[in-house]
Design a protein around this ligand. Structure first.
Ligand code: AMP
Length: 115
């Protein structure tokens, strides 16, 4: 799916607070919440909140949205530092072949350390 199409994923509903999620951090740009099916003691998802920052996948990045993955990485770095998490994995699943299930760009932050 192209990001120009009208899309509504479960993460759109989470951003709009239409469905509950376990939010651990929020500012104007980003929402960080717990993955519902954690694969590590700490497993968080980071998503961009602004409509203009929406992109479905790394596959669909454009010049206009190219800053979004870096923004998510910076937010992950700052959040981890604040929480004293000093080792973690950051992962983007890219496309169906890359295991991507939700087509709203998100960064996985996983750590063996508890939050
Ligand atoms: P992926 O698209 O493969 O990068 O992963 C999507 C991730 O979203 C999976 O790890 C799911 O467990 C997670 N997920 C799906 N629905 C929810 C939800 N309602 N709240 C939190 N995490 C979710």
């Amino acid at each position: 799916m192209k990001s120009t199409m009208i899309e509504d994923t479960i993460f759109h509903k989470i951003v709009r607070k239409e469905i509950p999620s376990d939010i651990v951090y929020e500012d104007d740009e980003v929402l960080i919440f717990k993955d519902i099916n954690p694969k590590a003691p700490t497993h968080l998802l980071l998503i961009a909140k602004k409509e203009e920052d929406f992109v479905s996948s790394i596959i669909d990045l454009t010049e206009e949205t190219a800053h979004v993955p870096l923004m998510l990485i910076r937010k992950a770095q700052k959040f981890a530092k604040e929480k004293g998490i000093d080792g973690y994995k950051l992962t983007f699943h890219v496309g169906e072949g890359g295991g991507q299930l939700v087509f709203y760009l998100h960064l996985h932050l996983m750590s063996q350390q508890e939050l």
